[in-house]
Design a protein around this ligand. Structure first.
Ligand code: AP5
Length: 195
């Protein structure tokens, strides 16, 4: 199964991807996680991405397209994958179409989590509290200033990706404001799995 999860920052993409990993045994490919790992490791990619991410802007398309290209043909993705945070621009969506066609692969579903933007800051702040309580490190972009820019980037650059998939009849939507279990059930329904 090959899925794309779309939605603004804090919509629940990572939460639902983790559940899908546990349920279907396919990997989550989160470009945000890959970029944060590159930043933490101090690689050239991380050095290029760090300040852009901290500001809340999107990194250049080519960087994330190359990351995904490398991963989707790896053995771990033989049975499928869940794309979390990619594609995030129409150029990325077009590039993904080309990558998949080259590998004779299709997407099974693109699922957009619909959320009320007013709820997102509280969700991110709550995630920070949970992270700190567990002794972890809060993300450098999880603050009100960066979140505002992340939301602007979402509206300007990522919302058109939903329209791109809707025009192709591939877009399914789930109410991301519902309790987490209900969102999971909606996703199962959207991908045609009996719940
Ligand atoms: P990325 O890491 O992808 O972050 P994001 O899209 O901003 O999303 P988040 O991880 O903040 O939220 P989420 O939707 O996963 O929500 P979560 O499940 O954690 O990207 C970070 C940055 O990397 C970008 O800004 C950009 O710079 C760069 N980048 C990444 N990909 C890129 C790309 N393709 N192109 C260019 N640049 C890229 O949930 C949030 C909180 O809400 C949690 O506490 C959770 O418990 C809670 N929650 C979840 N669901 C519910 C629910 N239903 N009800 C109540 N609470 C809920």
């Amino acid at each position: 199964m090959r899925l794309v999860l779309l939605g603004p920052p804090g919509a629940g993409k990572g939460t639902q991807a983790a559940r899908l990993v546990a349920k279907y045994g396919i990997p989550q490919l989160s470009t945000g996680d890959m970029l944060r790992a590159a930043v933490a490791a101090g690689t050239p990619l991380g050095a290029q991405a760090k300040e852009i991410m901290n500001r809340g802007e999107l990194v250049p398309d080519r960087l994330v397209i190359d990351l995904i290209d490398l991963r989707i043909c790896a053995q771990e993705c033989a049975s499928g994958f869940i794309l979390d945070g990619f594609p995030r621009t129409v150029a990325q969506a077009r590039a993904l179409d080309v990558l998949l066609a080259d590998k004779h692969m299709n997407l099974d579903a693109v699922i957009e989590l619909l959320v009320d933007e007013d709820a997102l800051l509280a969700r991110v702040e709550n995630r920070n509290r949970v992270t700190l309580k567990a002794g972890g490190v809060v993300r450098a972009d999880d603050n009100p200033e960066s979140l505002k820019i992340r939301l602007e980037a979402y509206r300007a650059q990522t919302a058109p990706v939903s329209a791109y998939y809707a025009e192709r009849g591939a877009l399914k939507q789930a109410d991301g404001m519902a309790p987490i279990d209900e969102v999971s059930a909606s996703i199962d329904g959207a991908i045609g799995v009996r719940v």
